[in-house]
Design a binder for this molecule. Structure first.
Ligand code: FCB
Length: 446
């Protein structure tokens, strides 16, 4: 009698690899008025006519605030080992300061207990863009004070939930706040002011550093920032394109990596901004020491490369997804992971976001066939595996996203989930990619 041969994935990941999925509060929770939650800048922004496609808001979203138990079961059914989510600051401090709202804390405590009961390790982001509106009214991230308010909020969370959260992430994608919130203005708070934008960059990093400090003073736990990194390649072989790509890389990557990991802002970017810029003027003595407080883990989010022309513009070299800003280039995952390890040393890395939107619909047989997502994730995981083999200390990988959700200015038009959400009924349907991911996790490889 022959024994069944166990399935063997050709690309095996290290034992205990943290297979995960990612979400954020405003994008999935809904329940924006429940249990004492305050207003956030995304409530304001999404209610402003013309800001979000179809006038969509996060008022209901995937109704996760009410359905979190079912969503936890779904995560268990997928076999997830890690779940990366965010805490809505306005649920904890409705006005951005002062004593915490117990009912807000209780929600996250229940969520965390549910994760632990199901053997899923939580990773909690403190700030995923839903700034309390009251703090925006007081100047938002343009005000240095907001960094100190953030540190207070972070400390509240460490004290309340530190026993349940092994890994904290401070600020999600400071670059996106800078670029989308303050340069292009297509995200909240919808400003177009380059001088303000880079001052905001500094204050977001200061907030990160102050939170790291607060964790060290409060107790155990690991902490790090969540940075979206874009490999910047010259669009042609000219020395001009090489130089332009180098500066572009400064604005996309080094502006956020260097201060945290080396204690310095990149010279070329500071020179380009100018000594009189609000940002450079806003760097106080000691700030870089705070910002560079040693971290335990670096969260990397990879979606797309950028090709930079000799004139400093951008070019397309690969097919794009439904998100016009996203070129599909799995090699970029390898390039960015190996580059971080090469340039900054062997700091533990988690990939906290990677994914794409696909035009998903429910077929007559009730299934959702997102073959494009399966191919995308397989190719990006293969690139991540190669980075691991070449020495990158990659611990875990989180697909963006667990569920279809409110994709910011795109509203509900783009579907990024492993799990389809029928917004009319809030029914969840595992897409083909979810079934595929379950076998990847079970096989510990692809
Ligand atoms: C990232 C965000 C996340 C989601 C994905 C598609 O920039 O962190 O909330 O919108 O993009």
């Amino acid at each position: 009698m022959s024994m069944p041969t166990p399935r063997r994935a050709p690309l095996r990941f290290p034992a205990g690899f943290g297979w995960g999925a990612s979400t954020s509060a405003y994008q999935i929770e809904g329940a924006t008025k429940d249990d004492g939650r305050g207003e956030s800048i995304w409530d304001t922004f999404s209610r402003t006519p013309g800001r979000v496609r179809n006038g969509d808001t996060g008022d209901v979203a995937a109704d996760h605030y009410h359905r979190y138990r079912d969503d936890l079961d779904l995560m268990r059914d997928l076999g997830l080992r890690s779940y990366r989510f965010s805490i809505a600051w306005p649920r904890i401090q409705p006005d951005g300061t002062g004593a915490p709202n117990q009912r807000g804390l209780d929600f996250y405590r229940r969520l965390l207990d549910g994760l632990h009961e199901r053997g899923i390790t939580p990773m909690a982001t403190l700030f995923h863009w839903d700034l309390p509106q009251a703090l925006q009214d007081a100047g938002g991230w343009e005000s240095r004070d907001t960094a100190y308010r953030f540190a207070e909020y972070a400390e509240t969370m460490f004290r309340a939930l530190g026993d349940r959260v092994p890994t904290w992430l401070t600020v999600n994608e400071p670059k996106t706040v800078v670029q989308n919130g303050y340069l292009s203005g297509h995200h909240a708070p919808g400003r177009q002011d380059p001088e303000a934008a880079y001052l905001v960059a500094h204050h977001l990093q200061l907030a990160h550093g102050l939170a790291v400090r607060a964790l060290r003073a409060t107790g155990p736990g690991r902490i790090g920032p969540a940075l979206n990194l874009h490999p910047c390649y010259p669009a042609d072989d000219s020395p001009e394109a090489a130089a332009a790509a180098r500066l572009y890389d400064g604005y996309e990557n080094r502006l956020y990596l260097d201060p945290v990991l080396t204690g310095r802002y990149p010279h070329d970017v500071l020179a380009d901004l100018g000594a009189q810029s609000r940002m450079v003027q806003g760097i106080a003595d000691g700030d870089l020491e705070v910002i560079s407080a040693p971290i335990d883990i670096l969260a990397v989010q990879y979606y797309t490369p950028i090709y930079v022309t000799a004139q400093g513009g951008t070019a397309r070299r690969h097919p794009t997804s439904e998100a016009e800003w996203q070129q599909i280039h799995p090699e970029g995952m390898y390039d960015i992971l190996t580059r971080v390890t090469r340039d900054y040393g062997p700091i533990p890395i988690t990939v906290t976001e990677n994914g794409l939107p696909t035009p998903d619909t429910v077929g007559t047989d009730g299934t959702v066939d997102d073959a494009g997502r399966v191919a995308f994730l397989r190719d990006h995981l293969a690139a991540a595996h190669r980075a691991l083999t070449d020495g990158v200390p990659l611990e875990s990988f989180h697909v963006w996203s667990l569920l279809d959700n409110f994709e910011w200015a795109e509203g509900y038009d783009q579907r990024w989930g492993l799990v389809y959400v029928d917004y009319a009924t809030q029914r969840r349907i595992l897409k083909r990619s979810a079934h595929w991911y379950r076998t990847v996790i079970a096989d510990n490889g692809i």
